[in-house]
Each structure stands twice: as structure tokens, then as C-alpha cells.
Design a protein around this ligand. Structure first.
Ligand code: WQD
Length: 380
């Protein structure tokens, strides 16, 4: 039997994107999983998979497992079916990490139909394809934005889901759909689906090799890629800090829980590991009441440490040496004062502990940016 036949095959939707590609790499490096990437290349490049495979060979040797890539779109379910069919004879697909989605909060209020179609209807098509193919392990890429403006900081998973944007609602809806499917069985025939939603806080940084990182098309909307592109001279616009009158912040600017992208990616591997544990053993579903919850769990993936916008600017200045000039402007619509995770549940049940600090995030981001000043497309 070849080594690959011993690995669990995982379909990674959106596997070319910033988070997806680091998840693919972590799956390869774990030595337990074999990623099959699907992506529609809407906002990403196939080069990302090549680079994942290259890093895996660099770190594990010439016979490292290698990811495969298929261009497919969740809005065309037959393209997803074809991928399941292709791997059937080779043992099939054991689980899915579902990241493919539209993700711009501002855009989501302008294009709600598109967002519901891709993020919600697309997830349903994927779940249907899984059911048809007896694939019952699902990790869903959710977001801290499902908490809206939370009452308790740091935020526990029991905080109510009160998303305030269309984007956030699409993520909460998929979580609710998963819960409903998971508890849809009967005593005699429980639903076979096991699902974990991982609620991301603010991912940052890049793989330390400098070969894999974030490659947004157009002007970055998020703070850290913007700071990185400014320092390398690619983004020349003025830096605007959105509000310095937020209560509870050390300097009045918004507080976020930034975590290293490799820590976040490893959280997905741990979620799959937790699902792979035999039912007879203690596992993350042992406390689930099949009628109330089915086999469904949600976990925060964050560091549990909040940082203000000005702290992040200072950290990127230290990493890059670039003197940022900024202007304080009014608050950005939709921003909430503080999104800091309570990661205790993920630590206790998944063994998740973000190991890399702020300095490492900024150093690795800067390393990627200087090695790929114009992104993958131009350096490929
Ligand atoms: C961080 C902080 C801004 C740009 C978003 C999504 C969220 C998740 C991650 C999911 C905020 C401030 C930013 C700038 C600034 N995405 N800022 N000037 O908004 O916390 O989270 O990305 O897929 O759902 O909402 O991240 O990086 O945009 O902002 O002052 O030019 O930086 O106000 O406080 P955010 P961000």
C-alpha cells in the first residue's frame, strides 16, 4: 500500500486563498492528511498549491504528500460532484474543510444576493454532495463577526450569534444549517454528519518560508496587508485610522485578537484530529445530546489577547522599519470596539494553543511581502 493510501483525504474548498492555502500546508505537514483543493480562482492563484507542495518537500523530503488542485465552483454543483467521483475508487474523500466564500463585509451589503448564493447556497450544495458520497466530517470556516457587538470580552462560544452585516449573517446561517442537519436524525438513525465550526479572529502573518502569504487583489481592505504593502511601496495611499474614541481601548482605537496564520491553520488540523478519534474514545462529541445538538461543536480560534490599531502599526514599524504616517478619521461603519476571543474551550477540547506572538506575525508578514513585493502572479 502506498503511503498516500494511509492518509485521510480532505477536500479543502477555497484552498488557494490566504487561510485556505495555509490550511493545505498544515494538512500536508501533519503527515496525516492528503488535501484535495478546489477553488474557482475568483480571488486567488493556483500558484498557492504549487508553493504548498514545494514547502512540504523542503520540510519533509522528496516523498512528502502533495496536494492536488481542481478548478470548481460551488455555484455549479456538478463540478463538485465530479471531484468526489474522481476520488471514489481511491478510497474517497474522508472530510471537508470548507473555506470557499465571499468575505468583504462592506461589499456584502451591496451584493447580498451574491453573498447568500455563494456562502449559503454554496454550502448547501457542498453538504448535499457530501451526503451523496458518504462523507460525514465537516470543518466550517466561520468568523468572530457572528458575535456582532458582544456583551462579554473575552468572548466565549456561548455568546449569542448576532451578526451585524450580510457577510456575518451568511456565516451564522451556515452554522445554524449545520446544527439543524446534525440534529435531524432519529434515535434509531442519528444524522451521520459531524461538524465543527471554527470562528476565526483576525488572522495575520505568513508561513516563515516567505513562500506563502496573503495576496489580496486590488487595494487591501484589512489593516495588516495594507501596512505591509505600504512599507514595500506598493500601496501609496494615506493610512487612515478609523476612530480613536472607542471606550475600553488603551489608546481609543479598535481592539482585535490577531493570531498567526499558521496557528489558525493548525486549528483546522486539530479539529479534524478530534473528529477522527473513534466514537468509543472520549471525543469532542461525547457531551453532545443527539436530539439537541447532534454531533455539532463550535470553537473560537484566537490568542485571547487584544491589540489596538496603533499597537499593530507600531509592531509593523518595528518589523519593516517603515515610518507610517497616519491620520485619525471617523469610525468605519460596522466596526465594533473589541473582538477578543476566549480560546479556553479550543484549548481544553482540541488542544489548540496559539504559539506565535505579535512579533512573529509581523516578521513573517514582512518576510513574505519583501520576497513577493508584487504578489504571486508577478513572481510565479
Ligand atoms: C482591523 C482594525 C479597523 C484598515 C475583518 C472582517 C472579519 C474578518 C477579518 C473575515 C479595525 C482598523 C483597518 C484601515 C484602520 N474577516 N483599520 N484602517 O474589520 O477586524 O475584520 O477581517 O473573513 O469578518 O470584518 O479587520 O483588518 O479590516 O481591521 O484603522 O485602513 O483596523 O477599523 O479596527 P476587521 P481589519
Amino acid at each position: 500500500m502506498s503511503r498516500d493510501a494511509e492518509l485521510k483525504r480532505i477536500l479543502v474548498t477555497g484552498g488557494l486563498g490566504y487561510i485556505g492555502s495555509h490550511v493545505v500546508l498544515s494538512l500536508l505537514l501533519s503527515g496525516r492528511y492528503l488535501p484535495v483543493v478546489i477553488d474557482n480562482c475568483h480571488n486567488a492563484f493556483p500558484e498557492a498549491v504549487k508553493r504548498c507542495n514545494e514547502i512540504a518537500r523542503d520540510e519533509m523530503g522528496a516523498d512528502a504528500p502533495q496536494a492536488t488542485f481542481h478548478r470548481a465552483d460551488l455555484r455549479e454543483p456538478e463540478t463538485i460532484e465530479a471531484v468526489f467521483a474522481e476520488y471514489k475508487a481511491a478510497g474517497g474523500i474522508w472530510g471537508v474543510v470548507h473555506l470557499a466564500a465571499l468575505k468583504a463585509v462592506g461589499e456584502s451589503s451591496e451584493l447580498p444576493t451574491q453573498y447568500y448564493k455563494v456562502n449559503v447556497a454554496g454550502s448547501i450544495s457542498l453538504l448535499e454532495a457530501m451526503a451523496k458520497n458518504d462523507c460525514n466530517n465537516f470543518v466550517f470556516s466561520s468568523s468572530a463577526t457572528v458575535y456582532g457587538t458582544p456583551a462579554v470580552i473575552p468572548i466565549p462560544e456561548t455568546s449569542p450569534l448576532q451578526p451585524e452585516s450580510v457577510y456575518g449573517r451568511t456565516k451564522a446561517m451556515v452554522e445554524w444549517i449545520l446544527q439543524d442537519i446534525c440534529r435531524s436524525g432519529t434515535d434509531e438513525r442519528p444524522s451521520p454528519l459531524k461538524a465543527v465550526s471554527v470562528r476565526y479572529f483576525n488572522p495575520a502573518g505568513a508561513h516563515p518560508s516567505g513562500k506563502l502569504g496573503e495576496e489580496p487583489r486590488g487595494k487591501p481592505g484589512n489593516l495588516l496587508p495594507l501596512l505591509a504593502q505600504m512599507a514595500v511601496g506598493r500601496e501609496k495611499s494615506e493610512l487612515k485610522v478609523f476612530g480613536n474614541d472607542y471606550p475600553g481601548s488603551p489608546d481609543g482605537t479598535c481592539v482585535r485578537d490577531y493570531l498567526h496564520i499558521m496557528d489558525l491553520a493548525e486549528g483546522h488540523v486539530l479539529s479534524l484530529d478530534a473528529m477522527a478519534v473513534a466514537e468509543s474514545e472520549k471525543n469532542i462529541f461525547s457531551k453532545c445530546d443527539p436530539k439537541k445538538d447532534g454531533f455539532y461543536r463550535a470553537f473560537n480560534l484566537g490568542r485571547g489577547a487584544g491589540q489596538s490599531v496603533l499597537t499593530m502599526i507600531a509592531a509593523m514599524r518595528k518589523a519593516s522599519g517603515f515610518e507610517y504616517k497616519y491620520e485619525i478619521v471617523g469610525r468605519r461603519t460596522g466596526d465594533v470596539p473589541d473582538l477578543t476571543a476566549n480560546p479556553a474551550l479550543a484549548e481544553a477540547e482540541l488542544g489548540f494553543l496559539a504559539k506565535r506572538d505579535l512579533e512573529e506575525m509581523c516578521r513573517d508578514l514582512w518576510n513574505f511581502q519583501t520576497k513577493n513585493p508584487n504578489g504571486y502572479e508577478q513572481t510565479a
